[in-house]
Design a binder for this molecule. Structure first.
Ligand code: PGA
Length: 260
């Protein structure tokens, strides 16, 4: 299959400089003690923008990569309060989370906006991690696949023209009702949506769909990560709460199955 497992920590609006430095030291120590396992997966931390510089100083040159939590679709200019992709690259980022449900719900980000931001990430040399997922109401109405399909379809026109770049896209399926709630989707529910996303991508992108990583997010922790990460079309996790403490995050890395 050949898709390397990707474990991404989304700190959301948590973490000051001191805690970020302590986390970096703890994660480096923890990973060096697990060198063999670490190569099984790629590890990315997405802290608040204010902690990126210092984390880059601590983690730059290590195998732990950095990502942002959002970018503007613009390259520069009069956009007060915004950060562009080049700025994230400037502080060592390789990835950026886009279209997280918290931003879709509170910052007016619709499917089109997320598509434009994804195009901006590719333009600026960042790997986008685009979040999709249904609300509880949508699931209860039996609309899960339809909602996710709409979110994926909206991205297609914004994918890079160069087909070789398309496999750099990362998708994250995050059922909104499982985020930060401690409520878990069942392995069957997760595989159903991941398999559907893969099939939908195949219809649009052909063989490249096999190279695109699809992460699962929503109350993933050390105790449930093993059964989720072992699923056929799950290529890693987007971790919120359990990424804030190095020990909890390392427990998820320890649960990465050997898929090769
Ligand atoms: P959670 O958050 O792990 O705290 O549920 C996941 C996310 O929002 O990316």
């Amino acid at each position: 299959m050949g898709r390397r497992t990707l474990i991404v920590g989304n700190w959301k609006m948590n973490g000051l400089i001191e805690t970020a430095q302590e986390f970096a030291d703890a994660i480096l120590t923890g990973l060096s003690a697990r060198a063999g396992r670490f190569v099984q997966c790629e590890v990315v931390i997405c802290p608040p923008a204010t902690a990126l510089y210092v984390l880059n100083q601590r983690l730059g040159g290590s195998s732990v990569k950095l990502g942002g939590q959002n970018i503007s679709e613009h390259e520069s200019g009069p956009h007060t309060g915004e950060i562009c992709g080049i700025m994230l690259r400037n502080v060592g980022c390789r990835f950026v989370i886009l279209g997280h449900s918290e931003r879709r719900a509170t910052c007016g980000e619709d499917n089109e906006t997320v598509g434009r931001k994804m195009a901006a990430a590719f333009r600026d040399g960042l790997q986008p991690i685009v979040c999709v997922g249904e609300s509880l109401e949508e699931r209860d109405l039996g609309r899960t696949l339809e909602v996710v399909e709409g979110q994926i379809e909206a991205l297609i026109p914004y994918l890079p023209v160069h087909a070789a770049k398309r496999p750099l896209l990362v998708l994250a399926y995050e059922p909104v009702w499982a985020i930060g709630t401690g409520r878990n989707a069942t392995p069957e529910q997760i595989q159903e949506v991941h398999g559907f996303i893969r099939q939908r991508l195949e219809g649009e992108l052909g063989a490249d769909a096999q190279k695109i990583r699809i992460l699962y997010g929503g109350s993933v922790k050390g105790t449930n990560a093993r059964s989720i990460l072992a699923l056929k079309d799950v290529d890693g996790g987007l971790i919120g709460g359990a990424s804030l403490k190095a020990a909890d995050f390392l427990a998820i890395i320890d649960a990465v199955p050997e898929k090769f």
